[in-house]
Design a protein around this ligand. Structure first.
Ligand code: SF4
Ligand code: SF4
Length: 186
């Protein structure tokens, strides 16, 4: 069993670290399952959203940071609108992904973090995601040309659903500043 001292940075428990990072009050969760029942990607997750919270309360750092669940969250915010205690699991998952990357914890789902990074890089460049450049970056970095999950994306591209060239939002300087402030990127 992990203890506050084992897992902590300083004397903070894993729960305290995650609450501080995400700003979410996880001890308010009473496992009503409304979040998981409405989550569009819960069936793909190895640990369901409500159980992620339970494991954090129990201090199960490795299980949580090493899960594929934190990478399958698409930040749709459905859980936050359904939760009677206003816990926003999308925000929580974002904090957990950052922690996993900082601590070098590899997800069980191979290369899934590269897809996440390709998405973030795309938003960083143009202020919004551009599917084609995202896909190209992912394929180049993962070298996973034949992955079955890419086939639907390719079909959509050939049907003209994804524009070949990216379009950029106005105010890219502001986007750049937000990233600089959040990540220290230059
Ligand atoms: S909806 Fe809220 S209280 Fe209910 S299980 Fe999910 S996070 Fe916990
Ligand atoms: S924000 Fe994430 S965890 Fe919450 S419902 Fe959407 S996909 Fe599921």
């Amino acid at each position: 069993m992990e203890t506050a001292v084992d897992m902590g940075k300083g004397n903070f428990s894993f729960l305290e670290q995650v609450e501080k990072r995400s700003g979410e009050k996880l001890n308010l969760c009473y496992q009503c399952l409304k979040c998981t029942a409405g989550c569009p990607t819960a069936s793909y997750m190895d640990i369901r959203p409500n159980s992620i919270i339970r494991l954090i309360q129990m201090g199960k750092k490795q299980e949580v940071l090493g899960s594929n669940a934190i990478w399958f969250c698409v930040y749709c915010q459905t859980c936050g609108t359904r939760c009677p205690n206003e816990i926003h699991i999308g925000v929580l998952m974002d904090a957990l992904r950052e922690m996993a990357m900082e601590e070098g914890v590899h997800p069980k789902e191979k290369n899934i973090h590269l897809f996440h990074e390709a998405f973030i890089n795309s938003v960083k460049r143009g202020g919004r995601a551009h599917e084609v450049t995202m896909l190209m970056e992912y394929i180049l970095r993962s070298r996973d040309m034949m992955k079955g999950s890419l086939i639907p994306g390719m079909k959509l591209f050939f049907k003209g659903k994804f524009p070949l060239l990216p379009s950029f939002v106005k105010g890219r300087d502001e986007i750049k500043r937000i990233f600089e402030k959040c990540t220290g990127d230059k």
